[in-house]
Write a new protein. Structure first.
Length: 138
């Protein structure tokens, strides 16, 4: 994912789709993939959460993951990252998120639903840690 600028452009429809997906899935966590190019998130593609306990974690259904890859290719986009919700906690990576995430340099959106409006934060996974990334909605 080199080539990302410091501030990522986040399409409003993608941002809003993640918040809506989080609200729809609550009290379970939602999850999905981010499609884009360069320093831009163009779209959020929802995925089924097949975790054993979706109220406390997430696991993207591999069928949905491969479907998102095909969708991205058909639209000349890339999978630039992933998203999930924290229905009852802050939009900060949990220790579980850090332990289980293994996509270096990917973008990562976490939406917290414990406040209104929802708190949406963006991170990049670098050297085993999540680094905050600023974004602008367009």
């Amino acid at each position: 994912m080199s080539g990302f600028s410091r501030t990522v452009i986040f399409a409003r429809r993608g941002h809003d789709a993640i918040v809506a997906h989080g609200r729809e899935a609550a009290p379970d966590e939602c999850c999905g993939l981010l499609l884009g190019r360069g320093g831009e998130i163009v779209e959020a593609v929802p995925a089924r959460n097949i975790a054993g306990d979706p109220a406390t974690g997430f696991l993207i259904d591999p069928i949905d993951h491969f479907a998102a890859i095909r969708t991205a290719r058909a639209r000349a986009l890339d999978i630039v990252g992933f998203y999930h919700s924290h229905p009852h906690s802050a939009a900060e990576p949990s220790s579980r998120d850090v332990a289980e995430f293994d996509y270096p340099d990917s973008l990562y959106v976490i939406v917290s639903l414990r406040t209104e409006p929802a708190d949406v934060r963006l991170f990049r996974f670098v050297s085993g840690n999540f680094q905050p990334v600023s974004f602008v909605e367009r």
